[in-house]
Design a binder for this molecule. Sequence first.
Ligand SMILES: CC(C)(COP(=O)(O)OP(=O)(O)OC[C@H]1O[C@@H](n2cnc3c(N)ncnc32)[C@H](O)[C@@H]1OP(=O)(O)O)[C@@H](O)C(=O)NCCC(=O)NCCS
Length: 147
Amino acid sequence: MTALIKRAGRADIDVLAAIHSTAFSHGDAWSRDVFNLQLAMPNVFGLIHQDGGLIVMRQAADEADVLTLAVVPAARRSGIANTLLREATDIAAGRGVQTVFLEVSTTNSAARALYTKLGFSRVGLRRLYYSDRSDALVLRLDLKSTP
Ligand SMILES: CC(C)(COP(=O)(O)OP(=O)(O)OC[C@H]1O[C@@H](n2cnc3c(N)ncnc32)[C@H](O)[C@@H]1OP(=O)(O)O)[C@@H](O)C(=O)NCCC(=O)NCCS
């Protein structure tokens, strides 16, 4: 793992919530309690990038879901999300995960471009999924075919 990334633990909860609040609107940002609850689950892990990014992933058997991914606005387009996703999928692959899923708003062009670049493909659509009533694309990445 690159020295800029570490596993997120209870001591990082304030930083995680602060990063998330810069990346998502008030109603969609995860609180400290949500991070605490998620990271306490045995099948959930988080990574934190020291320049201002985070990812949280949940494993279920040989599948995993990206629960959230965020980079602070000032640090975007410097490869942080790309690095976090690659590290998280490497960890998941090491635990036997073969397929990673996530949801992304149809309106989120930045995230959609990122996931396309990493090889995710569309497998479903959830209508009116988000609080702004936008639809969610369900994307899938087969780790054996990761570029
Ligand atoms: C989406 C997000 C996580 C991307 O983080 P980032 O660190 O800026 O992304 P990276 O620098 O790793 O970008 C990697 C690639 O993704 C694509 N990409 C990222 N942001 C983009 C943008 N705004 N427009 C177009 N393509 C973009 C590009 O292909 C980019 O490679 P390049 O910079 O060499 O062209 C960040 O914009 C963010 O936190 N957004 C708000 C929260 C969010 O939407 N989370 C995802 C929810 S599903």
